[in-house]
Design a protein around this ligand. Structure first.
Ligand SMILES: [Zn+2]
Length: 214
C-alpha cells in the first residue's frame, strides 16, 4: 500500500504513522528526516539544502523532489509523512507514481480541532534530564516543577501559543486545499484524531482493513 498521512501539528500522525509502519510492515518515509539525512551525508545536494535552511528559506520543490525520489528508491509500498505539503507537490507525486505505473491507495487525514492542538502542544512539558514528556492536562507530573527522575521540566519554544497559531495558519493556507484535492480523487480517508492514542489507532486500523476489502 502507498499511504500519505496528513494532519495539523499535534494531530498525532507521527505516533500513528510509526505504529502503522510496524503493523503493516511498510516503511515510513518522513520528509524532514530525509532532508536531515541528506545534510548529514555531506553530499553536494545536502550542502545546498543546508544553505537554504541556514538562511531560513524554504528548500525549493525541485530539491525536495530529488531527495524524495532517492528516499523512495525502489520501494513499492510506503507511508509518507510530511509530503506533500501543497497541491503542487501532490500533483508532482501523482505524476511520479503514475510514471511507475502505480498510485496512492489512501490519504489518511488525522482530523482534530485547533483547541485540542493547543491543549496538546501548550500543555507539553519536557524533562531536561531524561527527555520524558508530560502534558499538564492529560498526563501531569506528580510535582509540576520536576520529572519523576528529579530533572527540571521546561516548555519547548515551539510549543508557545503564537508559534502554534502560526503553524496552524500555514496548515490552513497550504495543506488544507490538499484535502479537497484528494477528496475529489476519492483518496481521502478522515480519521477522528481527537481521542486518545489507542482509540485513534483502532479507528485507523478498522478503516484500513475495510479499504483492503474493497
Ligand atoms: Zn526526567
Amino acid at each position: 500500500m502507498r499511504i500519505v498521512l496528513l494532519g495539523k501539528p499535534g494531530a498525532g500522525k507521527g505516533t500513528q504513522g510509526e505504529f502503522l509502519s510496524k503493523e503493516l510492515g511498510i516503511p515510513r518515509i518522513v520528509m524532514s528526516d530525509l532532508l536531515k539525512r541528506e545534510v548529514e551525508s555531506g553530499s553536494e545536494l545536502g550542502g545546498l539544502i543546508k544553505g537554504y535552511m541556514s538562511e531560513g528559506k524554504l528548500v525549493p520543490d525541485e530539491v525536495v523532489y530529488m531527495v524524495l525520489e532517492r528516499g523512495i528508491g525502489g520501494l513499492r509500498d510506503f507511508i509518507l509523512d510530511g509530503f506533500p505539503r501543497n497541491v503542487k507537490q501532490a500533483e508532482w507525486l501523482d505524476s511520479f507514481l503514475s510514471s511507475r505505473n502505480t498510485e496512492l491507495n489512501a490519504v489518511l487525514y488525522f482530523d482534530v480541532s485547533d483547541l485540542i492542538v493547543l491543549r496538546r502542544m501548550m500543555g507539553r512539558l519536557v524533562c531536561e534530564r531524561c527527555g520524558r514528556t508530560y502534558n499538564i492536562f492529560y498526563d501531569p507530573p506528580e510535582d509540576i516543577r520536576k520529572c519523576s527522575c528529579g530533572g527540571r521540566l521546561y516548555q519547548r519554544v515551539d510549543d508557545c501559543y503564537d508559534k502554534i497559531l502560526r503553524r496552524l495558519d500555514i496548515f490552513r493556507e497550504e495543506t488544507e486545499p490538499l484535502l479537497e484535492y484528494y477528496r475529489k480523487r476519492g483518496k481521502l480517508v478522515s480519521i477522528d484524531a481527537s481521542g486518545g492514542i489507542e482509540d485513534v489507532r483502532k479507528e485507523m486500523l478498522s478503516i484500513l482493513r475495510s479499504l483492503e476489502h474493497d
